[in-house]
Design a protein around this ligand. Structure first.
Ligand code: C2E
Ligand code: MG
Ligand code: MG
Length: 238
């Protein structure tokens, strides 16, 4: 809580790039700039925040910072950059989530379809009926939902098609294994085909090399994100 108050928590932004190399958006990835330990990645502190119930506070802080940043870009530079924010499983069980999101969009005078919501695939495994109804309510309010870490091992294929979604973000493992063995390359291609069958765009994360980039383009992947283009950056640098 002290870290939030003292603004040690900062959302970084990583560009999302389309097949022609154009920046089409960003993902907000939180960093903790700790006075003693330096920059800490979310992988180390999100699990801790989840266990002490701070995730909701952290996430709404990040969403607010992102919304304010988008407003600032519009006002100062006249540009609209859609930003995806991560929505954790605990947020979805917050009865107030839909109103909270609507309020934020209203306050900063943004359109809900430029404030994208990433929900990790594993969030759908338990109580999926409640999650699906919340996600439907968010979509009715105009928000776009991206399934994050798609294919990371939690879902069975027959639960995918009823999931309300506007984009699929492939789990990074597909990318990192794709060029080790031929069968893995085929797997990547198959997952992109699944997204195509579901009629939603695919986003590939963890793209680190030109080889990966060109292979993805050939496979019909729509959007890529990764160190090949840029690491997550402070907003000013972004
Ligand atoms: P994610 O949403 O799947 O984010 C992608 C992760 O991949 C990020 O790690 C990003 O920095 C990293 N990444 C991007 N490009 C590359 C690449 O080319 N190679 C490799 N090896 N990695 C790449 P990060 O920032 O450490 O975040 C880890 C996870 O923490 C995120 O996974 C997300 O689930 C969670 N997270 C981040 N920010 C937030 C937040 O504000 N709220 C919540 N609830 N979770 C967050
Ligand atoms: Mg994400
Ligand atoms: Mg991911």
């Amino acid at each position: 809580q002290c870290a939030l108050k003292e603004r040690q928590i900062v959302p970084y932004l990583q560009p999302l790039v389309d097949a022609n190399g154009k920046v089409v958006g960003a993902e907000a990835l939180v960093r903790w700039n700790h006075p003693r330990f330096g920059m800490i990645s979310p992988g180390s502190f999100i699990p801790m925040f989840e266990s002490n119930g701070l995730t909701r506070q952290l996430d709404s802080f990040v969403w607010r910072e992102v919304a304010a940043q988008m407003r600032d870009w519009k006002d100062r530079l006249g540009i609209c950059v859609p930003v995806s924010v991560n929505v954790s499983r605990v947020d979805i069980f917050d009865y107030d989530l839909v109103d909270h999101m609507k309020g934020l969009i209203r306050e900063f005078d943004l359109s809900p379809d430029e404030f994208l919501l990433e929900i990790t695939e594993s969030a759908y495994t338990q109580d999926s009926a409640q999650i699906i109804s919340t996600v439907n309510a968010l979509r009715e309010a105009g928000f776009h939902i991206e399934i994050d870490d798609f294919g990371s091992g939690y879902s069975s294929l027959n639960m995918i098609s009823p999931l309300p979604m506007d984009a699929l973000k492939l789990d990074m493992e597909f990318m990192h294994n794709a060029f080790k063995e031929r069968k893995n390359t085929k797997m990547l291609d198959a997952v992109i085909d699944i997204a195509y069958s579901l009629e939603v765009p695919t986003i590939a994360e963890g793209v680190e090399t030109a080889e990966q980039m060109f292979a993805l383009k050939a496979m019909g992947c729509d959007i890529v994100q990764g160190f090949y283009f840029s690491k997550p950056l402070p907003a000013e640098e972004f």
